[in-house]
Design a protein. Structure first.
Length: 282
């Protein structure tokens, strides 16, 4: 973190509509068509200044590879750049991914943008591959884009490996204590579900189907759907902190359960908030 002053910004998950962040997304994307295709995907972390105004964002999306997460969009408002906000957002994203057992974080950026190439490498990312003509009218970009006289044509993909993390591949931190704290879980939920007569298998299927939604939640460190009797089920899950637990309660699985509760459940779910005293995680 040498040379990076404290930005004074707070970094947190964004749970509001994506549309309110569109101008920030547009700072990082010249193609409206491309942006429409991904703005609602994955999860977003935001940076808030002292007044609570959102001054930067970072979008994390899953990829076709289970253990790889992509930084799809990142931007900091012009008046707030070069204060360490961008780096703070990347550090938080990488930490969340590590806490969620992600093996690699990847990001693609225009080869023409030397500042971005520098930024990601200073954050510990390493170049992986080049895609020529990624930014052309055929892919939804305006013609003749350029940065500092370099035509915007090709993209460079960077990655940071998390599994074999060592001091020199980290974001400049010592590995030991930080890594341990990222894996720590302190809060949990035990949610008991009683199926309506005749709807037991449907409830089981619903719980199976919830897994991909949970896999998109970086702060849901471990999640289990269990069956303890023919009609009795439970969800047990753990989180690094209250914020992670709240994000899950505000997330897609809870919303889907509320939507289908009348149809599948004999009674309202019994939700117990618990503190984790000890844990063994993979
Ligand atoms: C790329 C981007 C997100 C970086 O955000 P940022 O908040 O400016 O980044 P940071 O401040 O964390 O780091 C940038 C540099 O400013 C330096 N900096 C930080 N605080 C500083 C300060 N108080 N004074 C001077 N420089 C400072 C950082 O040290 C870093 O340089 P370094 O690597 O030499 O240390 C931002 O430039 C942006 O939004 N660009 C437009 C959108 C875009 O291109 N997004 C990426 C598409 S993939």
């Amino acid at each position: 973190m040498s040379g990076v002053a404290d930005s004074g910004c707070t970094i947190k998950w964004h749970h509001g509509p994506r549309a309110e962040l569109r101008d920030l997304f547009e700072l990082a994307e010249d193609s409206r068509e491309q942006l429409d295709g991904y703005i609602d995907l994955g999860q977003v972390i935001v940076a808030l200044d002292a007044t609570g105004e959102i001054v930067g964002h970072l979008q994390l999306i899953p990829t076709s590879r289970d253990d790889v997460t992509e930084i799809k969009s990142l931007a900091v408002r012009e008046g707030f750049r070069r204060r360490g906000v961008g780096r703070q957002l990347v550090e938080r994203a990488v930490a969340e991914c590590r806490g969620n057992q992600v093996g690699e974080v990847t990001v693609a950026t225009a080869a023409a943008d030397i500042d971005n190439l520098r930024f990601y490498q200073r954050c510990g990312f390493r170049p992986e591959s080049v895609v020529q003509d990624a930014f052309t009218p055929a892919t939804g970009y305006p013609p003749h884009l350029s940065v500092d006289g370099i035509p915007v044509r090709d993209s460079i993909r960077f990655t940071i490996a998390l599994e074999a993390r060592s001091a020199h591949t980290s974001l400049g931190h010592n590995d030991t204590n930080e890594t341990r704290s990222r894996h720590m879980v302190t809060k949990g939920l035990i949610v008991r579900l009683e199926a309506k007569a005749g709807r037991e298998d449907d409830l089981a299927a619903f719980l199976h189907g919830a897994l991909p939604l949970v896999q998109e939640e970086p702060q849901t460190v471990a999640w289990f759907a269990v069956r303890s009797a023919a009609s009795s089920f439970a969800i047990v899950d753990v989180f690094p902190d209250d914020e992670g637990r709240q994000a899950h309660l505000d997330g897609a699985v809870a919303a889907a359960l509320v939507e289908r509760a009348n149809e599948l459940l004999a009674e309202s779910p019994a939700i117990e908030h618990v503190d984790v005293l000890a844990a063994k995680l993979p």
